[in-house]
Design a protein. Structure first.
Length: 312
C-alpha cells in the first residue's frame, strides 16, 4: 500500500516527491511514463528560475539535479503510464495496463500538458518528417537551412531565437500582428537579423513528398495565397492538459474541472475529491512556469502529509 502515489515526473511531480519523502512519508512512488523531467527538458534554455541563470544550460541539464535529489530522499520511480485513477472507499486504485491495480492512500496528479497540433492539412502526414514541436530535439537537422515556425507565444519566440543560432533563416508565421510572448522576448526576436516575421498569416496546407515536407501554403489577411519553400516547420501554439487519468469510462471526471478540462483546486491543491491533489500545468489557472509547478508540488505534498496525519 502506497502512502502517496505521484503521477507525472515533471517539475511538479519531482517537487512533490521531494517534499513528501523529506517530510517523512515512507512509501511514495512517482509513476512517470518516460524519464522524469517534464516538458522543460525539450527547451533549449531556461532563464527565469530564481537562482539559476546560465544561458549555456538546456532544460534537460537543468532538471538533472532534481531527480538525483528526490531519489536521494527515498522517492521511487516506476516507469509506467497510468491509464486511470479510481477511488474505492478511502483508497485510490492506480491503474496500469497489464498490471494489478496499485492501492494508495493519497494521490497527487502532475501529468502536465502536451503540445497542441494546429489541425493544418498535411500536419499529421508530415509530423516527424519535417513537422516538429521540439526545437532542441530536431533543430540540428536543419543546420544552415531555412525553417518556418508557427505561433506567437513565449515558446514560439524563444524557440525561434534558438533555431536562429542553427538555421540560416527562421520565418515566424503568426496569425495576428500582436504577440502573447513577453515584450523582452519579442524585442530580442525582432532584432535578430535572420528571423523574418510573417504576421497576420496562416498556414493553409503543408505539402511534401516521400522525403518529407518541402512547401507551406500561406494565406495572408487579404486572403492571398503564397508558397514558402522550407524543409522544416516547428509548431508552437500552446498545450492541452493531460487529464485522461482523471476521466471515468463515460468521459466524465472524478473531480471538478473547468471548460478547458483543467482541474479545479483550492490554494492548497486539493481537488473536489478528498485525498486527490493536483499540481502544475494540469490545474486551472496554472501560470505554466517551472517555478510555479514546483511550488504547487511542494504545497500538494505538505497537504498530503496533513491529510494522512488526520486519518492515522
Ligand atoms: P510537465 O512538465 O508537463 O510534466 C508532466 C509529466 O507527466 C511528463 O514528464 C509526462 O511524461 C508525465 N505524464 C503525463 N501523463 C502521464 C501518465 N498518464 N502516466 C505517467 N506519466 C505521465 N517554464 C518556465 O518557467 N521557464 C521557461 O523558460 C520555460 N520554457 C519552456 C519551453 C518549452 C519549449 C516548453 C514546452 C515549456 C516551457 N516552460 C517554461 C513551461 C514549463 O516547462 C511547464 O510549466 C512545466 O514543465 C510544467 O510542469 P508540470 O510538472 O506541471 O508538467
Ligand atoms: P501560448 O502562450 O498559449 O501561445 C500560443 C500561441 O499560438 C499564440 O500566439 C496563439 O495565437 C497561437 N495559436 C494558437 N492556436 C493556433 C492555431 N490553431 N494556429 C495558429 N496559431 C495558433 O502557448 P506557449 O507559447 O506554448 O506558452 C504556454 C505557457 O507557457 C504560457 O503561459 C507561457 O507564458 C509559458 N512559457 C513561459 C516561458 C518563459 O517564461 N520563458 C517559455 C515558454 C512558455 P494568439 O496569440 O493569436 O492566440
Amino acid at each position: 500500500m502506497l502512502e502517496c502515489a505521484i503521477i507525472g515526473g515533471g517539475p511538479a511531480g519531482l517537487s512533490a516527491g521531494l517534499y513528501a519523502t523529506r517530510g517523512g512519508l515512507k512509501n511514495v512512488v512517482l509513476f512517470e511514463k518516460g524519464m522524469p523531467g517534464g516538458q522543460i527538458t525539450s527547451s533549449s534554455e531556461i532563464e527565469n528560475y530564481p537562482g539559476f541563470f546560465d544561458h549555456q544550460k538546456s532544460g534537460m541539464e537543468f532538471m538533472d539535479g532534481w531527480m538525483e535529489q528526490c531519489f536521494h530522499f527515498g522517492l521511487k520511480h516506476q516507469m509506467d503510464e497510468v491509464t486511470s485513477v479510481q477511488k474505492e472507499g478511502d483508497l485510490f486504485l492506480i491503474n496500469i495496463p497489464n498490471k494489478e491495480p496499485i492501492k494508495a492512500k493519497s494521490v497527487i496528479v502532475c501529468t502536465g500538458s502536451t503540445p497542441k497540433r494546429a489541425g493544418i492539412k498535411g500536419e499529421d502526414e508530415f509530423f516527424g518528417r519535417g513537422v516538429s514541436s521540439c526545437a532542441t530535439c530536431d533543430g540540428f537537422f536543419y543546420k544552415d537551412k531555412e525553417v518556418a515556425l508557427l505561433g506567437g507565444g513565449d515558446t514560439a519566440l524563444e524557440e525561434a531565437y534558438y533555431l536562429s543560432n542553427i538555421c540560416s533563416k527562421v520565418y515566424v508565421i503568426h496569425r495576428r500582428d500582436g504577440f502573447r510572448a513577453i515584450p523582452a522576448t519579442v524585442e530580442r526576436v525582432k532584432k535578430r537579423e535572420n528571423i523574418e516575421l510573417i504576421l497576420e498569416t496562416t498556414i493553409e496546407e503543408i505539402q511534401g513528398d516521400m522525403s518529407g515536407l518541402n512547401t507551406l501554403i500561406l494565406k495572408d489577411k487579404n486572403g492571398n495565397l503564397s508558397e514558402l519553400h522550407v524543409p522544416g516547420l516547428f509548431v508552437f501554439i500552446g498545450h492541452n492538459v493531460n487529464n485522461k487519468v482523471l476521466q471515468n469510462k463515460d468521459g466524465s471526471f472524478i473531480c471538478k474541472t473547468n471548460d478547458l478540462g483543467q482541474i479545479e483546486t483550492n490554494l492548497k491543491m486539493h481537488t473536489s475529491l478528498e485525498g486527490l491533489f493536483v499540481a502544475g500545468d494540469i490545474r486551472a489557472d496554472a501560470p505554466k512556469q517551472v517555478v510555479c509547478a514546483a511550488s504547487d508540488g511542494a504545497i500538494a505534498a505538505l497537504e498530503v502529509i496533513s491529510y494522512l496525519q488526520e486519518r492515522s
